[in-house]
Design a binder for this molecule. Sequence first.
Ligand SMILES: [Zn+2]
Ligand SMILES: [Zn+2]
Length: 384
Amino acid sequence: MSAQNNSAAAEKPPIIWLNALVFAITFGITVVAVPWYAITHGFSTALIVGMLATIGFAGISITAGYHRLWAHRAYNAHWSLRVLFALGGALAVQNSALHWSSDHREHHKHVDDNDKDPYSAKRGFWYSHIGWMLREYQASRYTNYDNVKDLQQDKVVMWQHRNYLTLTLLTSFGWPILFGLLVGDIWGSVLLVGVARLVINHHTTFFINSLAHVWGKQTYTDRNTARDNGVLALLTFGEGYHNYHHIFSADYRNGIRWWHFDPTKWLIRACSWLGLTSDLKRTNGYQIEKARLEMQFKKAKQKAQVSCETTLARWHEEYDQLMAKLREYYQVRKQLLDVKAKALADSVHLPTMAELQHRAEELRATFMAHKRAFQQQLKLVSAS
Ligand SMILES: [Zn+2]
Ligand SMILES: [Zn+2]
């Protein structure tokens, strides 16, 4: 047994010292030097505001830029916005957008596969959070960018990739020093806007690979470890709805309800009104509702452990009826949207529109009533 352990330890890939040192030094400064400076000199309100704004800029460059724009192609963005995301991404110190997207596409393609998913949650919390970056676990993949050939056509992506180190050094040191000069406290700014900000940006992003794969609800699928978590969304600019994201990754939204905290989605949407973003991809409502109901049904069946064939058969029948209603409602809804678009284009009022509207409302109400009754039935049996 101990011989096996020894050979496993000996087989561990080499440490990536640059990464290890950057993480260790910045973390050490944040927990020791930042509180010491706060006590001995104090941080001004301007510095705290500067830190929060920089966290926002670097963080959203990762979520809206690296993640939803480049890794998933969930929308298109004007070059000016792409340049901002490239600079913010360098400031976030998370490698180039090309490299990051390549890793992330592997993560989605092979999620939870301990050999192929670069940050597989099944290898434990530490590994998926930060451990995967500390050793050369997938060295063979580091320069293979075959899965991001489309991004190699993007001039901004390639410019950032070629100049990544220069841009990272310039933004990570240049911005805190410049801000420090502006507010008259260079060391305070280097500590707060430079180092503590970086550590916060790092770990909140890393939470998406670690916490978002262990803490929360599997609302849409249990085929992978990804979870939906509203609390995590607050810390990650809306990326906490990770279960939804793993099943519908082409969607520019992660939190799909209006009350879901997803500032990345709001930014992308607001930019579309200004003409800075376009072709925002959304998953069809029918697919979303279907996945949700399928999961609810599956969980209820597991929880209740129904052995009675008749009850199960009735449930399945009811479930099929519910799905038929859902399909019908979305068909009429689509017809209505098509007619609306045509009416708008022709600037004429089509009489069928009112009828369709009425029919869609009716179908929606019937579907919702049926859904509530069905869910109630599942709950009652699960509880008994
Ligand atoms: Zn994930
Ligand atoms: Zn993703």
